[in-house]
Unconditional design. Structure first.
Length: 260
């Protein structure tokens, strides 16, 4: 399915330069499957610190999750950190994920947190790698929806073994909460010149994850529609080339048959 994540290009080349100043975003042409209208689209690059691709990811996630988090009645923002690391290692990302899952499984929180969405943020501001979780949670709307920071801090310290640093606050609306946890994707991550390490270690890591009542959901996708006819099925240029080639081959076969 072609989604409108494939944003149309508006003659905007200003932002298509990567860190080396060389554009690394391939463009392809799609043709409307109904009326043939061509549309040029830009593909994402493989650099996870690329400002342009991150901005696209941000808007895709915001649009895709908004309807899913909107029904939250008592949205809260929970931040959980672990101690800074000198080296970035996949196992530390696994570790914080595991701690958070254990945290959610505790009876106390199971009763109070229905579900939500979390983002793992990884930054390096010159004092090692900081890994933390920003979660938008739906807390129970009853009395027990109150989540005391001191208790969370104690439990998080027990789970991580070294980190009591947590924050819990009300998200005024689910939308504001969603924007807050996604803001990491809006800009390139601060990594102190260590883009290569960031890309290498995070390869294939998913940094956004739904849980509880939102578990199993994916961000909703909206299809790319033809501006001329409203159709939403597309033919990619190399598919078209292949079809034309096949057609030419068939024509030759036909000629050969005729000659015989
Ligand atoms: Zn069309
Ligand atoms: Zn890019």
């Amino acid at each position: 399915m072609i989604t409108d994540e494939f944003k149309l290009i508006n003659n905007d080349n200003s932002s298509s330069l990567d860190n080396t100043g060389i554009s690394s975003h391939r463009t392809i042409t799609l043709y409307c499957g109904q009326c043939g209208e061509p549309v040029m689209v830009k593909l994402k690059c493989s650099d996870r610190t690329c400002p342009e691709c991150r901005r696209r990811t941000y808007f895709k996630l915001l649009k895709g999750w908004l309807e899913l988090v909107k029904p939250m009645v008592n949205p809260k923002l929970l931040t959980l950190t672990i101690k800074n690391k000198s080296y970035l290692d996949k196992k530390d990302i696994k570790f914080i994920r595991k701690c958070f899952n254990k945290f959610l499984r505790k009876k106390y929180y199971k009763r109070r947190i229905k579900g939500g969405l979390y983002v793992i943020e990884i930054t390096n501001k010159g004092r090692g790698w900081n890994i933390h979780i920003h979660a938008l949670i739906e807390a129970s709307s009853k009395k027990e929806g109150y989540l005391p920071q001191q208790k969370i801090s104690r439990d998080w310290l027990e789970l991580t073994g070294d980190s009591p640093i947590v924050d819990i606050r009300k998200a005024h609306t689910p939308k504001k909460g969603l924007k807050y946890i996604l803001k990491y994707f809006f800009k390139p991550p601060k990594v102190n010149g260590k883009e290569e390490v960031y890309n290498r270690v995070l390869k294939k890591s998913r940094l956004i994850q739904p849980f509880g009542s939102l578990y199993g959901n994916k961000p909703l996708k909206s299809k790319l529609k033809c501006e001329k006819c409203g159709n939403d099925s597309w033919i990619i240029e190399f598919e078209l080339e292949k079809e034309l080639k096949d057609f030419r081959l068939n024509k030759n076969d036909y000629k050969n048959i005729n000659l015989n």
